[in-house]
Write a protein that binds this ligand. Structure first.
Ligand SMILES: NC(=O)C1=CN([C@@H]2O[C@H](COP(=O)(O)OP(=O)(O)OC[C@H]3O[C@@H](n4cnc5c(N)ncnc54)[C@H](OP(=O)(O)O)[C@@H]3O)[C@@H](O)[C@H]2O)[C@@H](O)CC1
Ligand SMILES: [K+]
Length: 488
């Protein structure tokens, strides 16, 4: 499991550990992990050129100490101090290791080596640009030590200008890409876009949740020994999914494995029925029933002879392509008093679900309609809105996206990081709702069914895609192979 904690949780764990360790030990752990990640990226230290962007806090301290390690490995290391409060011991350590320190907030284009003398004031943007514009391509890497968990977005003007001046150079962010909203994963102004983020102790929410995760690049976690509580967020990994995927016992038969019923599709949208059934027929439940428009039911049976008609089920999937039959389909499914997946057209009636165990599966547009906000508000803050919907409906809400979120009151939000951009294709959601329905029928809780289903769907799409285009049915067809790899 990959876990992400809030700034407050990290600070509390850090305080407990700091009390047990010699002064500076924690920062040294962080800095060495950071330095080694930079060495890995550069393929060594000797002859490499490293620029440190250093803010006023310990994030800059990490960068400076890592810079000292790199300088001792033969790298040319230059630090631009963006604040006159930069970590003093770190500055001294870098100087002793042979690094060059320039104070961008007090010096001009002819930035002199640390210590500098006070220069006439000009705007921070001008100073940064003058000091950097001729050198932007000289560096092999920029280490972003501007702000970490103490930062308040967006990035300040001087820092943003320094970043602009080195655009195009690969960036390693220290702990978090500076300027992102660390706990919310939102992007509210200028921020660093990192190629690699080296973080300490635990992941932060912004590393996993969109849109901020797009600014984090590859995230490398350095263990510094923090003892942490239940996370705010978690991302299932293959071993976690393998532990949760239902398997038939030695005496299993179709009914004990669970029967999933599909009330989806309509004469107007027969394809949704076929795709939802394709997901439900992933093999994780013992049997699939289809109930719907007779002409659609004929097509489902013609395509999938294993599918049977109405009868007892352990879970229902309702709403994909149901069109104007969605309300009635939901009413009929609720009457059975079994867990259900509420998708697409049925989401408009999600209030009727009440206390029934359920997974609501909106995309951003559908969630916007449910919460009465604009779609772009959801896209700018998916985590906040997924949580709000889970509270509002008191149930499990799966918000589809590049990194799908599963929120349930009182539980860490689960984020899906399997998948491929090629999965953004018509009908993918229909397949997903069918897969989740199968997992519910097999006995998983709504929270596990939604997060495991989403992970399997993403992994199946990645397998089917092989880096190229796919259609929704390809993901459904690849899903058994993904499960076989996991449980084999
Ligand atoms: N916790 C741990 O376990 C460990 C933590 N460690 C490291 O410590 C880091 C946290 O350090 P931190 O607390 O000193 O805060 P940090 O993020 O460096 O900067 C905050 C200062 O920046 C400023 N500032 C604020 N917003 C800004 C903006 N938008 N744009 C520009 N400047 C802005 C503001 O100062 P101001 O200028 O307002 O006085 C604020 O006080 C953490 O991320 C990790 O790297 C590791 O060493 C070891 C283990
Ligand atoms: K940073």
């Amino acid at each position: 499991m990959i876990r992400a904690h809030t700034v407050e949780q990290v600070r509390a764990a850090e305080a407990r550990l700091l009390a047990q360790l010699p002064e500076g030990a924690l920062m040294q752990r962080a800095a060495h992990g950071l330095a080694h990640a930079v060495l890995d990226l550069l393929g060594g230290g000797y002859g490499r050129r490293v620029l440190l962007l250093v803010g006023s806090g310990d994030n800059g301290g990490d960068a400076l100490y890592a810079g000292a390690v790199l300088a001792r490995r033969g790298a040319y290391v230059e630090a631009w101090l963006l604040s006159d409060k930069a970590h003093a011991a770190g500055v001294a350590a870098l100087g002793q290791a042979g690094g060059v320190v320039r104070r961008l907030d007090t010096s001009s284009a002819s930035a002199s080596d640390y210590p500098t003398t006070e220069q006439p004031r000009s705007s921070s943007r001008e100073r940064a640009q003058r000091a950097t514009v001729s050198r932007r391509s000289d560096f092999d890497v920029v280490v972003d030590g501007i702000v970490g968990i103490g930062g308040r977005p967006p990035l300040r003007e001087g820092a943003a200008a320094a970043l602009e001046a080195v655009a195009g150079v690969p960036v390693v962010a220290v702990d978090t890409p500076s300027g992102v909203d660390v706990d919310g994963g939102e992007l509210v102004g200028p921020h660093v876009v990192a190629d690699v983020t080296v973080t300490f102790g635990t992941h932060k929410v912004a590393h996993l949740v969109d849109p901020a995760s797009t600014a984090s690049g590859v995230v490398h976690l350095v263990d510094i020994g923090l003892d942490l509580p239940e996370p705010a967020l978690e991302a299932l990994q293959p071993a976690d999914v393998a532990a949760l995927v239902p398997r038939p016992g030695p005496h299993a038969q179709k009914y004990t494995r669970g029967v999933v019923g599909v009330r989806a599709g309509s004469a107007a949208y027969p394809g949704a029925a076929l795709l939802c059934v394709a997901g439900a027929e992933c093999g994780l439940a013992g049997m699939v029933r289809y109930v719907g428009d007779p002409s659609v039911a004929d097509r489902v049976r013609a395509a999938r002879p294993e599918v049977v008609g109405d009868g007892r089920v352990q879970a229902w999937v309702v709403g994909s392509g149901s069109h104007d039959g969605a309300e009635e389909a939901l009413r009929a499914a609720l009457a059975d008093d079994v867990p259900l997946v509420v998708d697409a057209d049925a989401l408009a009636f999600a209030d009727r679900v009440g206390a029934a165990p359920a997974v609501l599966t909106p995309h951003a547009g559908e969630l916007a309609a449910m919460l009465g906000v604009e779609r772009d508000e959801i896209e700018a803050a998916p985590l906040r809105h997924a949580r709000a919907a889970a509270e509002r409906y008191r149930t499990t809400v799966l918000l589809k996206g590049r990194h799908t979120l599963v929120a349930e009151p009182g539980r860490p939000v689960r984020v899906t990081t399997s998948g491929t951009p090629w999965l953004a294709t018509a009908g993918a959601g229909d397949v997903l709702s069918g897969v989740i329905g199968a997992l519910l029928a097999a006995g998983l809780s709504p929270y596990d069914a939604a997060s495991v289903g989403s992970w399997l769907h993403g992994a199946a799409a990645t397998l089917a895609s092989q880096g190229g285009p796919i259609v929704a049915g390809d993901a459904a067809r690849a899903l058994p192979a993904v499960v076989a790899t996991l449980v084999g």
